[in-house]
Design a protein around this ligand. Structure first.
Ligand SMILES: [Zn+2]
Length: 202
C-alpha cells in the first residue's frame, strides 16, 4: 500500500513521486532573485526598457540619462519585477473561493503557497482538504495559476485522473491551454530530456 497521502499531487510532466533527486530541476527556477544588467543605448530616446531572460533582468536606458537617474530606474524596475515574481500579488484563498463558486466546485479548507515544492506544481491532501501550491507558479500568468487551483479543487471531488476528473477540470475553459503551458515550463532550461512529456502525466 502506498503511504503517500498527497495522492492527488499535480506532478511535473514526466516526474512521479518516486523521483527523489530534484536538485537539478529546482535550481533553474529560483524566481525570487535575479541579476541586473544595465545597457545604455543611443537608440533609446525617452523610455526605459526591461526584460527578464534566464534569471537576468536586462534594463536598457537612454544614453543621455545621468547615473543618478539610471540608478533610480534600476531600483524602480527591479522592484516591479520582484513584485511580479512574488506571491504577494496573488490572494490564493480569494481566487480559490471565486473559482469554486464560478465552476461549482468544492471549496478548499486551506490553501497556501509552498516554497519547498520543487518537483510538483501543487498537492491536495484529501484527509485535511488542504491545498499547497508551489511558489514557482507565482511568476506564471493568473490563468495558469487558476487552472492549477481548479485542478486541485476537482481532486476534492474526484481522485485520480480518469475521464470523470477531466470532465470536471474542463469546466475551466482554459484548462487545456494551461496544461500545455505547464508542460512547456517544465521542459524549459532542462534540455530535451523532458520535452516529450506525457500530456496526461500532470
Ligand atoms: Zn492531479
Amino acid at each position: 500500500m502506498s503511504t503517500n497521502r498527497n495522492i492527488n499531487a499535480l506532478q511535473l510532466p514526466g516526474f512521479g513521486p518516486e523521483v527523489t533527486d530534484t536538485v537539478k530541476l529546482s535550481q533553474p527556477f529560483e524566481v525570487q532573485s535575479f541579476e541586473v544588467e544595465v545597457l545604455r543605448s543611443k537608440r533609446r530616446k525617452s523610455t526605459v526598457g526591461a526584460q527578464l531572460i534566464g534569471g537576468v533582468l536586462h534594463i536598457t536606458v537612454p544614453s543621455w540619462m545621468s547615473r543618478a537617474e539610471e540608478a533610480e530606474w534600476v531600483e524602480k524596475m527591479s522592484a516591479s519585477f520582484r513584485r511580479q515574481l512574488s506571491t504577494d500579488r496573488i490572494d490564493l484563498r480569494a481566487r480559490a473561493l471565486a473559482l469554486s463558486r464560478r465552476h461549482d466546485l468544492p471549496r478548499p479548507r486551506e490553501i497556501r503557497w509552498d516554497d519547498a515544492m520543487k518537483a510538483l506544481w501543487a498537492t491536495c491532501t484529501l484527509d485535511t482538504g488542504a491545498i499547497r501550491i508551489s511558489t514557482r507558479l507565482a511568476a506564471f500568468p493568473n490563468w495558469v495559476i487558476d487552472y492549477v487551483i481548479v485542478h486541485e479543487l476537482c481532486h476534492m471531488e474526484v481522485a485520480g485522473h480518469g475521464p470523470d476528473f477531466w470532465q470536471l477540470v474542463n469546466r475551466y475553459p482554459r484548462a487545456e491551454r494551461a496544461v500545455g503551458y505547464l508542460i512547456a515550463k517544465s521542459g524549459e532550461r532542462d534540455g530535451d530530456e523532458f520535452a516529450d512529456a506525457d500530456f496526461n502525466a500532470c
